[in-house]
Design a protein around this ligand. Sequence first.
Ligand SMILES: [Zn+2]
Length: 222
Amino acid sequence: MILKYPKKFYNFVINLIYPRYCKSCSILLKQDNIFCNTCFLKIQPVAPIDLQLNKSKKTIVFAACNYKDPVKKLITEKLYAKNTLACKQLANIIYQNTIIKNLEIDYLIPVPLHWTRFAKRGYNQSYEIAKHLSVLLNVPVLDILKRNKKTAYQSSLKLEDRVLNVKDIFSIKNKNINLKNKNIYIVDDLFTTGATIKNCAKVLYQLKPESVNAIVACRVIQ
Ligand SMILES: [Zn+2]
């Protein structure tokens, strides 16, 4: 028999058993969050940047913040594990710290994981972030990119190797999809050299959309 408790009561009981603390300052949290409001407001926004793909095409990258604590902690500690609360909070940070709510967005396209990595982890953090953004922005998620080969984690490689690591590894699952006149946005958690976003954007431009831009939670600023 499945008992259905009201969600508020359920959360109350969960908080009694597993109290939540702010991952940055360790204060006890009343709400189902990763950071308290004070720490959340300390997260500094960063300016959008242009990634030039070729002479005529470019991709603008909207990032919510620099790759620094407390958000860095969220990503490095893989707090997404088991529940996707961290992804939800990253989506909230993106929504609050960028101008994406004022943009014309037709589709959100998550950066895919290789299937073996997906099987091991059980979720794709980019897809989870895109799903939460989809609710906030009322824009559909279009999961059309495929990762053809398993690559080493970008963060474990030297700068020049990162560019080679992601070359030609993405393809389109469904080439019949019509993206003409559409403004599409790639979604990822972390932007390091831009090699991943660049390669995804080049592949997506083959479908002749109006524009391909990107939304990321953190951007590494050297
Ligand atoms: Zn805090």
